[in-house]
Design a protein around this ligand. Structure first.
Ligand code: HEC
Length: 252
């Protein structure tokens, strides 16, 4: 009984934290083995994020090796800072004092963001900007209220508004047609961007896949090794068990 109480006490704070967030997060089905997706994510990151955010714990050469990008291609197409060398860390030149003045907050380093915030959060955050003329950049975010970041992907996504819009609540069992209901406080696309909704979701999916890779570049290797370790332990158990029996034979 005591154990059950201890368990509940241990889990409660986590539950409380989850409930205070109160925002539905879309699931990111991370796939770190999909190299093409990681490469596309790296491209989007370098083009749209690196002006403000560094990946200061990652080196270009390691990234290139893990993502199967040849050195020349990487340096020509993905590293825009001409002072950078292949073995350099992916830092940026923006000064903290400047960015504080411009955005009200310094754009944080994103190497570990997918571990700190989790992939679901980042995936939902990047797709949850909406037009809000009261904010300095004219946008706000459902997941990160009064965020200091402009919606840098707006040209691709289009402009979302927050208001009353039809939401799919289920599907008709006979016809398979979606059943919609007008709901308040819902994001909807008011002006289309260069990409369709599905294409944009895919772009952000790849980007978050890449950030999940950068947060733990060794993840795939660790999981692969894990099976060998388990196999080793399983085999090792046999001699250890026999040895144990041998040791205790005369004692008992
Ligand atoms: C024009 C500069 C700028 C660009 C470009 C930019 N961001 Fe930001 N970003 C910011 C600022 C400023 C903040 C801090 C917001 C705050 O704290 O209010 C931020 C915050 C974030 C956060 C939240 C971090 C946290 O844990 O608090 C994430 C995630 C993020 N940005 C991802 C991205 C991604 C991905 C891109 C590229 C698609 C990008 N940003 C492009 C300025 C930028």
């Amino acid at each position: 009984m005591k154990k059950i109480f201890a368990l509940i006490a241990a889990v409660l704070p986590a539950l409380a934290m989850a409930s205070t967030e109160g925002v539905h997060l879309d699931k990111h089905l991370t796939d770190l083995t999909d190299k093409a997706s990681l490469q596309r994510g790296a491209k989007t990151f370098m083009n749209y994020c690196m002006g403000c955010h560094s990946l200061e714990h990652a080196r270009f050469n390691r990234m290139a090796k893990d993502l199967d990008i040849p050195e020349a291609l990487m340096m020509e197409n993905l590293v825009f800072d001409t002072d950078k060398k292949f073995g350099d860390l992916a830092t940026i030149g923006m000064q903290v004092e400047d960015s504080k003045k411009w955005f009200g907050a310094t754009p944080p380093d994103l190497t570990l963001v997918a571990r700190v915030r989790r992939p679901d959060w980042v995936y939902t955050y990047l797709r949850s900007f909406y037009v809000d003329p009261s904010r300095p950049w004219g946008v706000n975010n459902v997941v990160f209220k009064d965020v200091g970041m402009p919606n840098v992907l707006a040209a691709l996504q289009g402009n979302q508004h927050l208001g009353t819009a039809p939401v799919t609540v289920g599907y008709d069992t006979l016809t398979g047609q979606p059943i919609t209901e007008e709901q308040e406080h819902t994001l909807y696309l008011a002006e289309e961007g260069q990409l369709s909704e599905a294409e944009f979701d895919n772009l952000v999916f790849d980007l978050v896949n890449f950030l999940t890779y950068s947060a733990e570049p060794i993840a795939v290797e660790r999981q692969r090794l894990g099976w060998w370790v388990l196999l080793f332990l399983a085999i090792f158990f046999v001699p250890v068990y026999m040895l144990n029996k041998e040791f205790w034979r005369d004692v008992k």
